[in-house]
Design a protein around this ligand. Structure first.
Ligand code: GLY
Length: 354
């Protein structure tokens, strides 16, 4: 799992040599046996989440309850500024969260988008799945639904995230009335980076049952009402109990136009290893990225996107558009019993140019 992916390997597998979704969907699911041990995969911020999910499935708990309990840790963590409490707000300074859940054994799914005042939107997404005949609730409707179930009214904006938002507001343009504080007599204009963040967590237990969850505060300083890929089934999350699961982090807009988590699961249904399926999805997204504002000097995407996937047999992978951004190596969290660990993602491209 730690070997870096390269294009020759893609071609050797034959996965990139023309296996389309149509072909994949006609092929029988190749994975029928359950894993010898449960496996949890999560984004790099999911070490604790993966450990909690593992603890619950090892105790015989439900797979969806397990991954939700896992990501609840990060949703409550004020230091993770991409998820739940402490998540970075929209351009108006309001934290709006998105989440989705899928329970493989019952094929139930639920999601919420642009929900406010709830630290754990994953719990509300689960309520949508189990306590409504709907799949997706958004905005005011989602807030009201959360309220009647005892959620809501919480202040999600920490001092750290408020200060980050204010700094962004004061520095992203020198053509408005918001001025950054002066230091040593001159304005400190260093802009603050925007990020997509997010946590995804997927599990397969010893019975071969599979569930997944994705939860996020989305793109920092987004236009109010912007919804990313996380709450959109097939994009930010997809689970098929006969096949496997996939979820994403990174630039949701790139994923939304390809429904790539669905694509990855369909490729796995056709027999692709999670690693090969995810790389093919990334390759498709890179190939469809043509707008110059989204391309770097090498003509490659100027954003990152990652997938975390596993199949019914317990094979798994994390895959990233770029293997390295700055000094940061793309890693994902795994737990197959015992302590969680970080493993290197396979990557479509080695390093994102500075
Ligand atoms: N992938 C998270 C988002 O785009 O909102």
């Amino acid at each position: 799992m730690t070997d870096r992916w390269n294009r020759r390997d893609v071609l050797r597998t034959g996965v990139a040599a023309g296996l389309g979704v149509g072909a994949a969907s006609r092929a029988p699911a190749v994975v029928t046996q359950s894993p010898s041990r449960p496996v949890v995969v999560s984004s790099g911020n999911g070490l604790e989440a993966a450990a909690k999910a593992m603890e619950i499935v090892q105790g015989g708990g439900d797979t969806l309850d397990a991954v939700i309990a896992g990501v609840n840790i990060v949703e409550h963590d004020p230091d993770d500024m991409s998820v739940g409490y402490g998540g970075l707000p929209n351009e108006d300074g309001v934290v709006q969260l998105d989440a989705s859940v899928m329970h493989g054994p019952t094929a139930r799914a639920g999601a919420v988008a642009a929900i406010e005042g709830v630290k754990t939107p994953s719990n509300v997404a689960q309520l949508v799945a189990y306590r409504t005949d709907h799949v997706l609730l958004v905005g005011e409707g989602a807030n009201e639904f959360a309220r009647v179930h005892g959620y809501g009214g919480e202040n999600l904006l920490t001092e750290r995230s408020r200060e980050a938002w204010l700094r962004w507001k004061e520095t992203h343009s020198d053509r408005d009335e918001w001025l950054p504080p002066e230091r040593d007599g001159s304005a400190d204009m260093a802009p603050i980076e925007r990020d997509y963040g997010t946590i995804n967590c997927n599990v397969v237990d010893v019975n071969g049952d599979i569930s997944g969850v994705t939860t996020t505060s989305g793109l920092s300083f987004k236009i109010p009402g912007r919804v990313g890929d996380s709450p959109i089934l097939g994009a930010g999350l997809y689970v098929d109990n006969e096949v496997g699961a996939c979820g994403s982090t990174g630039r949701g807009e790139a994923n939304l136009v390809e429904c790539a988590s669905f694509l990855v699961v369909e490729l796995m249904r056709g027999g692709a290893h999670p690693r090969d399926a995810a790389i093919q999805a990334l390759e498709r997204i890179a190939g469809k990225t043509t707008a110059s504002r989204l391309l770097n000097s090498e003509g490659r995407p100027n954003f990152n996107l990652r997938f975390y996937c596993l199949n019914k047999r317990g094979d798994y992978a994390g895959a990233s558009m770029y293997g390295q951004i700055g000094n940061g190596v793309a890693r994902f969290a795994v737990n197959d019993g015992g302590d969680s660990r970080l493993e290197d993602c396979v990557a479509l491209f080695d390093a994102m140019p500075a």
